[in-house]
Design a binder for this molecule. Structure first.
Ligand code: PGA
Length: 260
């Protein structure tokens, strides 16, 4: 597959990560409003990721629309004595389409490792859902000049259990930890550079075709003011949005990004 063909299958994707916000009623109401505001936009995909408790109502509200629903985490076993955990099969049963895996808040606050991320990516693919695997360096790592080392380790380790026939189904979100919730966005050039590097790591791990086909999102203080510049970078296929996805006006503007 040449890169032009690979490029054509990378449909732009905007994902709203609600984190631990919104009741199920608030989430459903938001999805209804979002569907209205999206209108006939057909060249991009839009997802929202409510907390587990909001998934059922969000899926119901989104049914038959262009909006789909992602979960924010998953456990890799199918079933068993794992109090408090939820499997990929259970999410698929609910009508969830995708799962965010290895978000930096989970790595930092819940000690998730790259090995756990790899198990989760495999489990999500095995259940027919799309994994959105998050990677990114901390401020200290960037200042120490080790961004490439960090990404060069997180990407291959996280993808270690992906079978080649599933490679094109993987989405990666590059989220520099220092840009999340801080208002400090990476410049579009910094984001492009890191994401091109991540794409190279995907190609090295899963092959050149996968490197072309995998969608890579940018995340970290994305908002109405920087969305168009970000989306006009050649390797940025979409965005993972936290704070600005909680309200309709900014999120709708992000969804309506303009790409030349
Ligand atoms: P932010 O969060 O947009 O609020 O910076 C992004 C994320 O955590 O995915």
């Amino acid at each position: 597959m040449g890169s032009a063909q690979g490029r054509s299958i990378r449909v732009p994707l905007v994902v709203g990560n609600w984190k631990m916000f919104k009741t199920s009623a608030e989430g459903a109401a938001f999805v209804h409003e979002l569907i209205e505001s999206i209108g006939p936009l057909g060249d991009r995909e839009v997802m929202v990721a409510p907390p587990f408790t909001g998934l059922f109502e969000a899926v119901r509200a989104a049914r038959g629309s262009r909006v789909s629903v992602a979960a924010q985490d998953v456990f890799w076993e199918r079933e068993g004595a794992y109090t408090g955990e939820v499997s990929a099969e259970m999410l698929a049963d609910l009508g969830v389409a995708a799962v965010i895996i290895g978000h930096s808040e989970r790595r930092r606050d819940f000690q998730e490792t790259d090995e756990w991320v790899a198990h989760k990516v495999r489990a999500v693919l095995d259940s027919g859902l799309l994994p959105i695997m998050c990677v990114g360096e901390t401020a200290d790592q960037r200042e120490a000049g080790s961004t490439r080392d960090v990404l060069g380790s997180q990407v291959p380790t996280g993808l270690a259990e992906v079978r080649s026939e599933n490679a094109a189904l993987v989405t990666i979100a590059y989220e520099p930890v220092w840009a999340i919730g801080t208002g400090k966005t990476a410049t579009p050039e910094m984001a492009q550079e890191a994401i091109a590097f991540v794409r190279g790591q995907v190609a090295r791990t899963l092959g050149a075709e996968a490197g072309d086909a995998v969608r890579i999102l940018y995340g970290g203080s994305v908002g109405p003011d920087n969305i168009d510049e970000l989306m006009n970078q050649p390797d940025i296929d979409g965005v993972l949005v936290g704070g600005a996805s909680l309200q309709l006006a900014p999120f709708s503007r992000i969804v309506h990004f303009e790409k030349q």
